[in-house]
Ligand binder design. Sequence first.
Ligand SMILES: [Zn+2]
Length: 70
Amino acid sequence: MAKGLSHNPRMSTPNPQTTTSTADPLESVPDRLCTWCKVPMRKRLVGGQAFIHYTCPKCVFQHATKCQPA
Ligand SMILES: [Zn+2]
């Protein structure tokens, strides 16, 4: 007999994050290596996705470049 079905310890975690965007514009953004650390920098679109804002996770060096429409 299966008991405790109403109290399931393995809850099916409802994802609180709203990942609605299927086509992430950042996917088309080219990676950029930090000038000094040579590690991939974090990418962020700013200015209404007109600029790409790079941030190095190690030295926090920041670099912004204009988004070039392909
Ligand atoms: Zn760096």
